[in-house]
Design a protein around this ligand. Sequence first.
Ligand code: ARG
Length: 308
Amino acid sequence: MHRIVDRNHIAGRRIVWSRWVVFLAIVLAGVVTSLAPTEMAIAKTRHRHGVTPQIINGTPVPPGQDRFVVALLDMSRGPTQFDQQFCGGSVIGRQYILTAAHCMEDPNLLGHLSVLVDQVELDSGAGVVIDVKSAQIDPNFDASSIQNDAAVLTLAQKIPRQRSQRIAVDGAGDGALTQAGDSATVAGWGNTNPDQGPPDYPTHLMQADVQMVADTDCATAYHGNFHQVSMVCAAGNSPSRDSCQGDSGGPLFADANSAHPVQIGIVSWGNGCAQAEFPGVYTRLSDPDIASWIHQVTANHAPKKHRG
Ligand code: ARG
């Protein structure tokens, strides 16, 4: 009898204990996933034109360039687009925006999420603002490792034809555009101050040229946190150029000045910004799994075009 009672007692404790583990795991996951929004919750400080560098050591994007870059606006953050902007994105179809999955972690975001399209200057009044109807997260996104950091937003309305310039997604699977040393461009409204100073956000879209970093070098910098299948690294030198907080979700693209730029990455994460030994980490769009997921999400309702 005694033994049986003891057994039950132990089994009961084991259940309680395992519930604690689940509870702790949930709390820990909450702490980890709340880090990115907390970074952005810091009140934005306006960029002093001409005084500090842009993106990190980039240049303002002239109006009419990089028209596929959009700002994600969280309408609950304040009255101005400057207050509302918290991530970037890119137009990959008249109704589809590609961004980072980690930009979508606030479960209440969808009720007040819009995008600013075809406008380099926040609060200019001349951009197109469209509500987001739904968001799909890459099924293999993992919030703690930040693997497969990709999401596709479906807009409530199509972008007007004249205002819509889409960018092609790499997806070739051959990594032809991501060889070490290849040039690429990254754009966004993110922090322009490297870590040492307080964050300083621009009102104007910024871009910087960076070079693709060899996977082995990125793995050396980040050890096991660099997941080569779904991530790719890029950085610029002398002066150090990089994306930073607030640029997340925005595009890293090749052939910036051609008629057919190709998006090869999504701004995802990094250790600080523009630190020589730590490149920026981007979602690798040439990964066949990520690319085919994006294709599948955006091609669902489109009639198939005949070729040849
Ligand atoms: N996680 C940041 C964001 O949410 C992007 C950081 C990019 N960091 C870098 N060093 N490239 O905006």
